[in-house]
Design a protein around this ligand. Structure first.
Ligand SMILES: [Fe+2]
Ligand SMILES: [Fe+2]
Length: 261
């Protein structure tokens, strides 16, 4: 029964709660998931020292990790950084976090593809034609029985609220479902959520694990996800200040797409 920990929006830099880093690392060591997936916004302003802090945090995780950049992981549009933003958008991410921007992780029955969905100027998420071709090619090589998972920063399920989500997400879901994708991991809104679409795909969004920029009364949180033959279970674990620990807050279970056929 594979398990994964889904973190998002760590936002190293201003408003980062450093004391939560230790609690997360302790939970990861204790829960010992098969993989740790971080769905973007590792930094607040894409500063070198913020990426360095993120790198040090990731180096302390023993499990296989997959990360993707979020919109905050691009240099900001200041007079000093805009040329880098438009020409070498992910040079810092690649230097400190991972050489590949889109990447695959094949670990213990989980086949995860991480997709960068940012645009240098426009808000919201997009995949290019070549990224869709890459997804198709990669999914075709997944081992039989592996759980196919996509991580992309912007929320696939949204109703046009701020902050902007993934554009034309219906098209993305229709693309992923026949290719056997069962689970999509998002971040960006800093609000945890989980649901199953009419395509049978579970879309799990993680809140911000460590940033003080929480929204709509939602505290810091991360997702623990376990998958067995019949179902995908998403446990939202939120930070509880009196206990000074992440505790079980909400649980969702969904039938697996594979078991519906
Ligand atoms: Fe964020
Ligand atoms: Fe974001």
């Amino acid at each position: 029964m594979p398990t994964l920990i889904h973190l998002s929006d760590l936002h190293f830099g201003p408003h980062h709660h450093t004391h939560l880093d230790e609690l997360l690392l302790r939970d990861i060591a204790t829960l010992s998931p098969d993989a740790v997936i971080i769905s973007g916004d590792l930094t607040m302003r894409a500063r070198h020292h913020e990426f360095e802090q993120a790198r040090v945090f990731l180096a302390r995780i023993a499990q296989p990790i997959l990360t993707i950049p979020g919109n905050h992981d691009q240099p900001i549009l200041t007079p000093r950084d805009w040329i880098e933003r438009l020409t070498r958008q992910y040079a810092r991410y690649q230097k400190y976090i991972h050489a590949e921007i889109d990447s695959a992780l094949d670990a213990n029955g989980l086949f995860v593809l991480g997709l960068n969905d940012n645009h240098p100027l426009l808000p919201g998420g997009f995949w290019s034609r070549s990224q869709r071709a890459w997804i198709e090619e990669q999914l075709a090589r997944a081992a039989r029985g592996a759980v196919k998972i996509i991580a992309t920063h912007h929320q696939l399920v949204w109703n046009g609220w701020r902050p902007a989500g993934f554009w034309n997400s219906e098209r993305a879901l229709e693309f992923l479902a026949p290719r056997g994708v069962e689970l999509v991991l998002n971040g960006h809104t800093h609000v945890a959520n989980a649901l199953q679409t009419s395509h049978g795909i579970v879309v799990a969004r993680a809140g911000t694990a460590t940033s003080g920029r929480t929204r709509h009364g939602n505290g810091n949180a991360y997702n623990l996800i376990s998958i067995d033959e019949k179902q995908i279970a998403v446990f939202i674990r939120r930070y509880d200040a009196p206990a000074n620990a992440f505790v079980a807050a909400r649980a969702y279970t969904f039938p697996r797409q594979a078991s519906r056929r």
